[in-house]
Design a protein around this ligand. Structure first.
Ligand code: ADP
Ligand code: MG
Length: 146
């Protein structure tokens, strides 16, 4: 049996003396979409931030592509190909739509791939291509989420 793309085992995250989440375990098989459902304060954001390396893991283990990534920094995890699309719109609002997309490609070492990846994004979200020269801060909520 091949390893799942992402595996979270008994994840525990603390905020000071408070427990953010404890004993969270799940797999994300390659090619699948997995949704994490729960009430407000249930620990969804905490779980995703911990996987992305944005907050420390207190206990448990995270594996991506069969390799342990627990405790790695966020920038190292992004280079492995695991990225978090944050809630809220963390855009550079004074920059164009296209510059925002190009900024997202900053960690990509093979710069030759950037043009093709940009076209792929524009194929998925034609609206962004239409508005590529527009300031990101002038986009609607739905467009910003794209
Ligand atoms: N920065 C923080 N400091 C202290 N406690 C936090 C912090 N962020 C989240 N929490 C707590 O961790 C728990 C999980 O929160 P969160 O992951 O934001 O839940 P969800 O995203 O499912 O609504 C909650 O009890 C919340 O109050
Ligand atoms: Mg949340």
């Amino acid at each position: 049996m091949t390893a799942p793309l992402l595996r979270v085992e008994h994840l525990e995250v603390h905020y000071g003396d408070l427990i953010g989440v404890s004993d969270v375990s799940f797999d994300v098989p390659e090619g699948s979409v997995v949704a994490l459902l729960g009430s407000n304060g249930g620990g969804k954001t905490t779980t995703l931030n911990a996987i992305a390396g944005l907050i420390p893991v207190y206990a448990g283990r995270i594996e991506f592509q069969g390799l342990e990534i627990t405790g790695e920094s966020a920038f190292a995890i992004v280079r492995r190909g695991l990225a978090l699309s944050p809630e809220g719109w963390r855009l550079f609002v004074q920059q164009s739509v296209e510059n925002n997309l190009l900024l997202g490609a900053t960690p990509l070492r093979d710069r030759k791939r950037v043009a093709a990846l940009l076209e792929r994004v524009y194929a998925i979200f034609p609206r962004l291509k239409e508005r590529r020269n527009q300031r990101a801060g002038t986009m609607s909520g739905g467009e910003r989420q794209m």
